[in-house]
Design a protein around this ligand. Structure first.
Ligand code: HQG
Length: 179
């Protein structure tokens, strides 16, 4: 079983296109594990997929993208489905980071961080993770420091994604500095 491909397919199904699998996410993004497995098994590649592979996939991944609980599974962040996935509000640490491409920086420093194609802006707890995120779009990404605690105290909502990924609706430019 190719666990990396399985993770990518699940991210696609649970973040972006549940309808293609005839799945419906609940308000927190959960779907029934058995329904998901049945939908996956319709494709030849996943005919043999079982629940244990989902656990192995989560275990094998360096990033905690998915979560299983009580017979349900969900993506923890990254959604672009039209129905807004409700996330748990949580006070962020003093600072968070965002790695981005050089070509986006002037627009970000003018309009702030916006969710673009996804439902939320994604922020990282540590600089290393943020730089990795930025490297997806730029060999030499720019690291932005987000003054998260100040933004929170002044009314910006932050949400918990996983231990390393934080979410926000948007971040005003006044809380962002270029590292
Ligand atoms: C940029 C992956 C211009 C923003 C990653 C980013 C992450 C602006 C892009 C997770 C802007 C959106 C999310 C503005 C934001 N003007 N550009 N005002 N505001 N942007 O992919 O944070 O591996 O939606 O800087 O590793 O790059 O899939 O967000 O470059 O954790 O699990 O607009 O997705 O995780 O891009 O990545 P994205 P992201 P996985």
């Amino acid at each position: 079983m190719d666990l990396d491909k399985l993770s990518k397919e699940l991210s696609y199904a649970l973040r972006h296109a549940p309808h293609e699998y005839e799945l419906e996410l609940d308000e927190n993004g959960w779907v029934d594990v058995q329904q998901l497995l049945e939908a996956l098994r319709e494709a030849k590649r996943w005919r043999e997929v079982k629940e244990e592979h989902l656990f192995q996939m989560i275990e094998a991944s360096a990033k905690k993208r998915h979560e299983i609980s009580g017979g349900k599974i969900r993506a923890l962040y990254g959604h672009s489905v039209p129905q807004k996935i409700s996330k748990e509000k949580k006070q962020p640490p003093e600072v968070l980071y965002h790695g981005t491409a050089t070509r986006f920086v002037s627009s970000i420093m003018e309009s702030g961080l916006l969710p673009k194609g996804r439902q939320y802006v994604h922020l990282s707890e540590d600089t290393e993770t943020a730089l990795q995120v930025g490297k997806r779009r730029d060999e030499k990404p720019v690291l932005l420091k987000i003054h998260a605690k100040k933004a929170w105290e002044e009314g910006t909502a932050f949400y918990f994604g996983n231990e390393k990924v934080w979410l926000a609706d948007e971040i005003s430019a006044k809380y962002i500095t270029i590292c």
